[in-house]
Design a protein around this ligand. Structure first.
Ligand SMILES: NC(=O)c1ccc[n+]([C@@H]2O[C@H](COP(=O)([O-])OP(=O)(O)OC[C@H]3O[C@@H](n4cnc5c(N)ncnc54)[C@H](OP(=O)(O)O)[C@@H]3O)[C@@H](O)[C@H]2O)c1
Length: 92
């Protein structure tokens, strides 16, 4: 969902910066979308958030929209649903 949103806004001419933990995936997405930027970020790690925020603000002072879309997407049959699946997206 995040990649879809990022590519849609990119195609409309916006400067888009995607974030995530997997550098290889970020490189794959930016290679497929020339002009798009990426930043490594783990939103479960306050140190990573602080570092990414400082870098983003310094390098992109006109940045004006943040979309918080990261999170695990767990698929489970109703009978296999458990508290981990229910609660894991919330801490992220
Ligand atoms: N798909 C649906 O139908 C649906 C419906 C309703 C709600 N949602 C919710 O919408 C969100 C996105 O769903 P999706 O289907 O697009 O999931 P997805 O394909 O698994 O993508 C999740 C994205 O979040 C990133 N991410 C996960 N943990 C992160 C962390 N700690 N720090 C930074 N980035 C992190 C992942 O990148 P890295 O692993 O590289 O960090 C990945 O790019 C989830 O919270 C999901 O529960 C999805």
């Amino acid at each position: 969902m995040g990649r879809g949103l990022a590519e849609a806004f990119h195609k409309l001419g916006n400067q888009v910066i995607v974030a995530g933990r997997r550098k290889s995936l970020l490189e794959q997405v930016t290679a497929a979308n020339p002009g798009m930027k990426a930043v490594e970020l783990d939103i479960a790690d306050p140190v990573s958030i602080q570092a990414a925020a400082e870098r983003l603000i310094a390098e992109n002072p006109t940045l004006n929209v943040l979309i918080n879309n990261a999170g695990p997407n767990e698929h489970a049959l109703v009978m296999g649903f458990n508290s981990y699946i229910a609660e894991n997206p919330i801490p992220v």
